[in-house]
Design a protein around this ligand. Structure first.
Ligand SMILES: Nc1ncnc2c1ncn2[C@@H]1O[C@H](COP(=O)(O)OP(=O)(O)OP(=O)(O)O)[C@@H](O)[C@H]1O
Ligand SMILES: CC(C)(CO)[C@@H](O)C(=O)[O-]
Ligand code: BAL
Length: 304
């Protein structure tokens, strides 16, 4: 969806190591945004994106990997040739639905999200017909949904997953981080810290939901209390949407981790609008007025 950052570039480098021709798609897909979501304000940085891709392609040319052969940046009329794209839950159109894995977690908070993602990816795959497509682990549920779609619709391609790239402090890189500003960015690291603390429990031999997730909830609750006690001019409030321990294929919530399957530990938080912005403060794109929803996850690998 453009607004490129190092997370995106790392996927392209991985693709160039494994393929001769890399097609990069840049398309802000309207059908995956709900009617009250941030489609209109989603960062669009075409000129910088193209400059970053040209720079990356120069880097690739100097190595013996593949090259960026094309940027596919379609219009909405190309992607949705007959009916206008609908973001309504009961909207009309030709959609790909992947349930139940697309209905839980992110899908519960964003009811049209995975319908839009699966639909646009099916279109992209049909147009480009790639041998492999690269997705980031940051959007882990998206990888599960796309893999399920490829399997269930017999698409002749492989899905490859690239590791989550992080900023200093652990915050997962995301195009939406530009909305945060310095104050909220510092507090937003709570999500990766909470998940890492829960991961430690797993590495320490804990297998039950309570024994793993309490650690994440504890970090989140402490950070919330800490922020509540600060004056509005200094704090950054947030809400936890979910912290989940789920099966890696079905995404069903787990009471205990099966050591032969492992689990996905994931979370979503909402950084609330900045209170009392100060003169000269870096409030982020949009001046800190909007809520910013962030997601992250850690894979707990099978141990047997
Ligand atoms: N930090 C990251 N590390 C690795 N891959 C990433 C990272 N962030 C995004 N990606 C991947 O890049 C691809 C394009 O993602 P997209 O354009 O939606 O960017 P994004 O940064 O995830 O944006 P958003 O904040 O809107 O979710 C997706 O497969 C996504 O998982
Ligand atoms: C998969 C995707 C390109 C569909 O628009 C988008 O959700 C993304 O970039 O993660
Ligand atoms: N990477 C996911 C795109 C979205 O949140 O809409």
């Amino acid at each position: 969806m453009g607004a490129l950052h190092d997370g995106h570039l790392s996927l392209m480098r991985q693709a160039a190591q494994e393929n001769s021709d890399v097609f990069v798609s840049i398309y802000v897909n309207p059908t995956q945004f709900g009617v009250n979501e941030d489609l209109s304000s989603y960062p669009r940085t075409w000129d910088t994106d193209v400059a970053m891709l040209a720079e990356l392609d120069r880097e690739l040319a100097a190595s013996d990997s593949g090259r960026i052969s094309a940027i596919f940046a379609p219009t909405t009329k190309t992607m949705y040739p007959t009916l206008p794209p609908s973001s309504e839950v009961d909207g009309q159109g030709s959609f790909v639905l992947i349930t139940p894995v697309g209905s839980v977690l992110e899908g519960a908070s964003r009811p049209v999200f995975f319908r839009g993602v699966a639909t646009v990816c099916m279109k992209l795959f049909n147009i480009v017909q790639p041998e492999r497509a690269y997705f980031g682990q940051k959007d882990v549920q998206q990888t599960v949904v796309i893999r399920r779609m490829v399997q269930d619709f017999h698409l002749p391609m492989d899905i490859r997953i690239g590791v989550t790239r992080r900023e200093l402090g652990g915050l997962a890189m995301s195009s939406r981080n530009v909305y945060l500003g310095a104050r909220r960015r510092a507090v937003a690291t709570v999500l990766s810290q909470a998940l890492m603390r829960a991961e430690e429990q797993y590495h320490n031999g804990k297998r039950s939901r309570g024994d793993i997730l309490w650690a994440a909830n504890d970090i989140a609750n402490s950070k919330m209390l800490e922020q509540d006690e600060l004056p509005p001019s200094k704090r950054a409030r947030f809400e936890v949407d979910y912290i989940s321990l789920a099966d890696p294929d079905s995404l069903e919530e787990l009471e205990d981790v099966d050591e032969t399957r492992g689990a996905i530990l994931s979370g979503a938080i909402k950084m609330m609008p900045l209170e009392e912005p100060q003169d000269g403060e870096d409030c982020g794109l949009g001046g800190g007025t909007g809520t910013v929803r962030l997601i992250d996850n850690i894979i707990l690998k099978p141990t047997k």
